[in-house]
Design a binder for this molecule. Structure first.
Ligand SMILES: *Cc1c(COP(=O)(O)O)cnc(C)c1O
Length: 368
């Protein structure tokens, strides 16, 4: 029995291998490994793809969130509201910017997106930013957060790391808040061959500030106006990202077809709760997550059958040891905690075959 990976990066590389090799030859010949013209070209292309005027490449997605917050003046003494069910990076970046993460629960048991009512209840005079996470590939309903943020004087910073190309009511993830941060970690829908990330904004002033912070707080060589970080997008990674960006829409369409196929294959199985797409959303299926009873046993059976299923995420932020000092107790966010116990991510990537998906469904349903 051949195994089925959670994501198949080799299949994806095959599609861009020649273009990347050619682009890398040029970079190696030119030796502009930092800040080469390929970086600016990718930043322009990605800004255009998202539909905002400014994109600044960063070293990774976690730094991107921190840089966005710092550029907006968020730091010591401020609170930032974010969901308890997300990858650690969202909370980590808030803490590293010097602010305090304030967590809220998911809205429901089948979209897993941030609960906007809980956000409204969590706002205080110290709230400086709200960070909706476009989890698993669909856009959080930001249209309700933006008026709230405006009223309370907070910024909306989108965590768009899982939503390259996702849209809500025709608008792209990354174009809905004051600033968006994203990650090009290899397994993301748009992935580099190492660490990479970016920030996006409509504001030229905020873009300039983010670019300065990401480059040692330096607006010009050997001038350092603020304390910055060293977090730039490598030229070699920009080549990979530009090559993949040209194919992203087609890959996302293939993911959507694969998600629809899982929906059909699993629709007859009452024990499987399938993910729901919010009205108005064009989902890009970064992850296809189902809920199942007895999840840990089911996961083991899938893995024993060579199926690379996973869990996103096994521990919500408030129960993570690194965030123990936030002081949240078990039971604080019941929907997120239920998700952590029951969610199961099935293999999904643009190149997955019908036969592979049928096998995943067959093993899953037999386990149940
Ligand atoms: C991947 C990811 C990030 C950032 O990750 P990096 O590994 O630092 O690039 C941030 N938020 C979410 C939700 C993510 O999935």
């Amino acid at each position: 029995m051949t195994s089925i990976p959670l994501v198949d990066l080799a299949a994806q590389h095959a599609a861009v291998a020649d273009e990347v090799a050619e682009g890398w030859r040029e970079v190696l010949a030119g030796t502009a490994f930092i800040g080469g013209p390929q970086v600016a070209a990718f930043e322009r292309a990605y800004a255009e793809f998202v539909g905002v005027p400014h994109c600044v490449g960063t070293g990774n997605g976690t730094d991107a969130i921190e840089i966005a917050l710092r550029a907006l003046g968020v730091g010591q003494g401020d609170e930032c509201i974010l969901p308890a069910n997300t990858f650690i990076a969202t909370a980590e970046a808030v803490s590293r910017a010097g602010a305090k993460p304030v967590l809220v629960d998911c809205a429901d048991d089948d979209t897993y997106l941030i609960d906007n009512d809980a956000v409204a209840a969590a706002v205080t005079p110290r709230t400086a930013a709200i960070l909706p996470v476009h989890l698993y590939g669909q856009v959080a309903p930001v249209e309700r957060l933006s008026p709230l943020a405006k009223r309370t004087g907070a910024w909306v910073v989108e965590d768009a790391a899982q939503a390259h190309g996702a849209r809500r009511d025709g608008m792209s993830a990354g174009a809905l808040g004051d600033v968006a941060a994203t990650s090009f970690y290899p397994g993301k829908n748009l992935g580099a061959y190492g660490d990479a990330g970016a920030v996006l904004t409509r504001s030229s002033a905020v873009a300039a500030r983010m670019r300065m912070i990401a480059d040692h707080g330096s607006p010009a060589k050997y001038r350092h106006d603020v304390l910055g970080v060293n977090s730039r997008l490598d030229t070699l990674q920009a080549v990979v990202l530009s090559a993949k960006l040209r194919r992203l829409a087609a890959w996302n369409a293939a993911r959507r077809a694969a998600a629809a196929r899982y929906d059909a294959l699993l629709s007859g199985c009452a024990a499987v709760r399938r993910p729901r797409t919010l009205d108005g959303n064009e989902h890009v299926w970064h992850l296809y997550t189902v809920r199942v009873p007895d999840r840990d046993r089911v996961l083991k059976e899938l893995q024993a059958a060579g199926i690379g299923a996973g869990i996103h995420y096994p521990v919500p932020i408030h129960l993570t040891p690194a965030f123990a000092d936030l002081g949240y107790a078990e039971g604080a966010f019941p929907v997120a905690e239920r998700s952590a116990r029951e969610l199961l991510t099935l293999p999904l990537f643009a190149e997955i075959t019908e036969a592979q998906q049928e096998r995943v469904a067959e093993v899953l349903m037999a386990a149940l």
